[in-house]
Design a binder for this molecule. Structure first.
Ligand code: SF4
Length: 689
């Protein structure tokens, strides 16, 4: 490791530590282990281990592109930036400031997310900003804030997980999405702890479980209510904890008691003995954790579903003490930090609310503007995308690929295509960048320094290991250059550490307080947990031990009711489709589809069918079949497996075009988090011809 630069993986929220050694050839660095970083202790999955391949000039953009006569053609940086500035300013002049939109990404560093939010509010003066993290864990964030007063993915370090007595993992498959995390589940079992996995599919993660519950997609809320009903009926509630540290229990208890276990069995398809066994394991353990991922969160009732699982934790006294509690396995690399620093439609840095006068005054003072000059809250991600070509006429998009990753993706591609002006900054020519008027090639993880906040709330430092190729600039340089052209050059430094120093001041006093965190400190401590209000504060690996972050210090129960998915199966569309990821691809695949080793391991989309269903449909392994929904049609090979429910089919969502699972996904939105219902919609499967 001595000659290797210590940094972190470009992909998921585990933010595994890795080293980068200089190398000869088109790929300028070699990824090596970094055993000292505590989260992954040297382990990397195939995505992280092969990440350097995207640094090669042949795999990525190295020149700005400008659309001329309908074609994207190489252009100089001044030409490209002038065109963007003219496109954004012209639109604002013609239609008003809110006609200019900004769309960010959960993979951007904290510094970029902060600068992008500031750019939108201060330079463009628009309320129309949101980011793709809205599609990731926003329901968990909303549920966490509702119950605990603050949202931090995990309120404890991952190292606490093996010390729990029982862990319920709901709708997550870390064995494929973040394999180094699995060691914590294995250690849990080695320590005598129990693992319950809730997933409609018997995934690689479910294979590890002591108990696998396979509910119908979209019924996790009912499952949690059924468990709570049994907890109450069996007298297994923690009355002392409920009395001393919570509010809202009577209404929540009554709501759970209205959901009879027999009814829950009928709704979820989970046999009642399994439900009872889950309660026995969870309540029989000295401490319990519930971890959710996208399964329960990406629903039109995602926030209530998260609340139902939190209620189970609170009723059993499993919160606010060591080795117990609720947490969310955040997905994107900076899904956590990306939602703390102001690129979300309703937020200012420090996890402050944009409609809070005190928050506006604090941040406006740091930015040197009048509080009333800041726009108000804007639309959520899907609503912003849906308004393209209508109320929003021009868009600046950074580090996101909604043509593949947004729900009802055909519709979103049409909306993007109807814009007067689209500018995209990205590392590669993604499917969304292909639609742009201007594409800017920007630096990536190994070529720049910046901080990320992992799923534990640990702020880590990515370090520059190699110079970018000629023709590539950083997103911070892009924002500075655009701010100059749009008449506000001050306040947009291009050095990441300078941006971070301002972020510290802007976040000071907020829920996500970074004031005591600095680059030297992160480097010395291998990450610092927020909140960390002072330089001599130790950081906060475990939240809520003394009090919850609510005004009265108590956690809040929320009474919730089961309701069906927004789109239930019927005679035309008799099956449920659920979506997810595979081991060798990441999110929209914009980067990982350019890595040969990963493409060999996962070359394309497929649809998983239970053999019983396949026989009924006359489908054999490998047959090309059409999946048809109200929103689109896809054609992929069939993969037969008994690991999925016979009433459910599964598609991974990493591929574009006729293989794109998000052609089907339903943009019905959660009323609180505005999360679309990615995880449950109605489809039919038929012969491709
Ligand atoms: Fe990268 Fe996530 Fe794999 Fe770790 S688990 S190497 S962070 S993709």
């Amino acid at each position: 490791m001595s000659d290797a630069t210590e940094t972190h993986c470009p992909y998921c929220a585990l933010q595994c530590g890795m080293g980068l050694r200089p190398a000869d050839g088109p790929v300028p660095v070699t990824v090596v282990e970094r055993p000292a970083f505590p989260v992954n202790q040297g382990a990397l999955c195939g995505k992280g281990a092969s990440a350097a391949a995207v640094l090669a000039p042949g795999a990525r953009l190295t020149s700005p592109l400008v659309r001329v006569d309908g074609e994207l053609r190489p252009a100089s940086w001044p030409q490209a930036l002038d065109r963007i500035a003219a496109g954004l300013a012209g639109t604002a002049e013609r239609y008003g400031r809110d006609a200019v939109g900004v769309f960010g990404g959960g993979g951007l560093t904290n510094e970029k997310a902060y600068a992008l939010g500031k750019f939108a509010r201060v330079v463009l003066g628009t309320s129309a900003i949101d980011y793709n993290g809205r599609f990731c864990m926003s329901s968990a964030a909303a549920g966490g804030i509702r119950a605990f007063g603050v949202d931090r993915g995990l309120p404890f370090p991952v190292a606490d997980i093996p010390r729990a007595g029982c862990v319920i993992l709901v709708g997550g498959n870390p064995a494929e999405t973040m394999p180094p995390f699995v060691r914590y589940l294995r250690e849990l079992k080695e320590n005598g702890g129990r693992l319950i996995v809730v997933d409609p599919r018997r995934t690689r993660t479910a294979e590890l479980a002591d108990l696998h519950l396979a509910p119908r997609p979209g019924t996790d809320l009912a499952l949690a209510l059924g468990m709570l009903h049994l907890v109450v009926a069996d007298g297994r509630t923690d009355e002392e904890f409920i009395a001393q540290r919570t509010t809202g229990w009577p209404e929540t208890r009554d709501a759970a008691m209205a959901h009879w276990p027999e009814h829950v069995e009928a709704v979820t398809g989970v046999p009642l003995p399994q439900l009872r066994e889950a309660v026995r394991l969870f309540c029989g353990a000295p401490t319990g954790m519930v971890l959710t991922a996208r399964g329960p969160e990406q629903q039109a009732k995602g926030t209530d579903t998260v609340s139902a699982w939190i209620n189970l934790c609170l009723a059993t006294g499993n919160a606010g003490r060591p080795y117990a509690g609720y947490g969310c396995l955040t997905g994107q690399g900076n899904g956590q930090g990306g939602r703390e620093h102001g690129q979300k439609a309703d937020q200012l840095p420090g996890y402050r609310k944009l409609d809070d006068p005190a928050a506006r005054a604090h941040v406006a003072a740091v930015w040197g503007v009048a509080p009333d000059s800041l726009p108000g809250p804007g639309r959520s991600a899907y609503e912003l995308l849906e308004s393209l070509g209508g109320e929003v006429r021009a868009l600046l998009l950074m580090g996101s690929n909604p043509v593949v990753s947004a729900p009802s993706s055909t519709r979103i591609a049409e909306r993007l295509g109807s814009l007067d002006f689209l500018a995209v900054s990205d590392v590669v020519l993604s499917e969304t960048a292909e639609l742009a008027d201007v594409v800017l090639p920007v630096t990536q993880w190994a070529e720049e320094t910046g901080t990320m906040t992992n799923l534990e709330g640990r702020v880590v430092l990515r370090r520059k290991a190699v110079d970018p190729p000629e023709g590539v600039r950083s997103d911070l340089e892009v924002l500075r250059a655009l701010a100059e052209r749009l008449g506000r050059p001050e306040g947009f430094p291009t050095e990441p550490e300078e941006v971070f120093e301002e972020l510290r001041r802007a976040s000071a006093g907020g829920a996500a307080d970074y004031a005591g965190i600095s680059y030297p400190r992160i480097a010395a401590e291998d990450g610092v947990f927020w909140p960390c209000p002072e330089p001599d504060h130790p950081g906060t690996p475990r939240l809520f031990l003394d009090r919850f972050a609510t005004p009265d210090g108590r956690a809040r129960f929320t009474a919730v009711q089961h309701r069906p998915a927004a789109e239930e199966p019927d005679t035309d569309y008799p099956l449920r489709l659920t979506t997810g990821r595979v081991l060798a691809q990441y999110q929209s695949g914009a980067q990982t589809r350019r890595v040969e080793a990963l493409n060999q391991a996962a070359p394309g989309a497929f649809v998983e069918l239970h053999p019983v269903l396949a026989e009924r449909l006359g489908v054999r392994e490998g047959d090309r079949v059409a999946v048809v929904s109200r929103r689109g049609r896809t054609v992929t090979p069939a993969r037969l497996t008994a690991a999925i429910r016979p009433d459910t089919v599964f598609m991974p969502f990493h591929w574009p075009g006729e293989a794109n699972a998000n052609r089907h996904t339903n943009p019905a939105l959660d009323p609180v988090s505005r999360m679309p219902e990615f995880k449950a919609c109605a489809v039919r499967v038929e012969a491709a011809d």
